[in-house]
Design a protein around this ligand. Structure first.
Ligand code: AKG
Length: 274
């Protein structure tokens, strides 16, 4: 499986890194890319610890803890508040990830949503799905460049036991579902991430371990795009749980990724978790 190691490219001006340009080309062609070493392992361990303590109520019982969308059996989508280590721009505006995002979605890309998919022990495999459909009914849609992508950063290793995300390479270009396609189950250690095109077919596999598997995610999108599906059923789930003044305090380019939220007034309101 092709993977792109981001170790040692931090000294380059990232936008011009040949390795990341190759990763973006691969993404456009295959509909996904695995980036290794985008974050130090101890940052991911800190995220994991913070998740288990700040979101303990969701781990105990997501149905009663607060706004959550049950996306499949024992698997829940929740918002992450931009606070503590979750507010570190290295996480949600990671330079290597943003360099690929800019090449794939252009420099005006935004962070449209930020949260976590929590797969509890015993969570069964999901049905194969895409995060968003083709934009138009026309056959041309399958040839269009990406409009949004999912950034998936596991807080524990994704593997066969804890579960991973099964990918169907190339399926972002399909006009209709196929049954005979090759699939790929990446092992993704802490510090690595997967990006996939919103149109790519994929599914989370079973969590056979005794521990929860939190998968931090971000939706990066072209500035006009708002996910019309995932927040419809649970309107109280916030796409971006931003404390007042947070966006304004950020350095570029993190501020640019979230500027749309202040422009629409969406960030002024206090988040649901105090
Ligand atoms: O849990 C996973 O690995 C992926 C989850 C997913 O694709 C989803 O909930 O849409």
């Amino acid at each position: 499986m092709t993977r792109f190691d981001c170790n040692g490219i931090s000294a380059d001006p990232l936008g011009s890194s040949g390795q990341l340009a190759a990763a973006a080309d691969f993404f456009i062609r295959e509909g996904y890319v695995v980036l290794d070493h985008v974050l130090p392992r101890d940052t991911v361990e800190a995220l994991h610890r913070a998740f288990l303590s700040d979101y303990a109520a969701f781990v105990r019982d997501a149905a009663t803890a607060g706004p959550a969308l049950t996306v499949s059996g024992k698997r829940h989508m929740i918002s992450l508040r931009f606070a503590g280590v979750f507010a570190d721009p290295l996480v949600f505006a990671n330079p290597a990830v943003v360099a690929v995002v800019h090449q794939v979605l252009e420099a005006t890309a935004i962070l449209e949503a930020y949260g976590c998919i929590l797969s509890m022990p015993g969570a069964p495999a999901q049905h194969e799905h895409h995060d968003g459909p083709h934009l138009f009914g026309s056959a041309l849609s399958a040839m269009l460049p990406p409009y949004a992508l999912t950034f998936a950063l596991p807080l524990v290793e994704m593997n066969e036991t804890q579960g991973s995300t099964m990918l169907v390479p190339g399926s972002h270009r399909w006009q209709a579902r196929r049954d005979d396609a090759a699939t790929l189950l990446p092992v993704v250690p802490p510090g690595s991430c997967v990006l996939w095109d919103y149109r790519l077919r994929h599914y989370g596999t079973e969590n056979r371990s005794p521990a929860p598997r939190p998968l931090l995610y971000g939706t990066y999108a072209r500035p006009w795009y708002r996910d019309p599906v995932n927040f419809r059923e649970t309107p109280e789930l916030e796409r971006l749980d931003l404390p007042p003044g947070f966006v304004e305090s950020l350095p570029e380019p993190a501020r640019r990724l979230l500027g749309h939220a202040t422009a629409t007034g969406a960030t002024g309101a206090p988040g649901r978790r105090a």
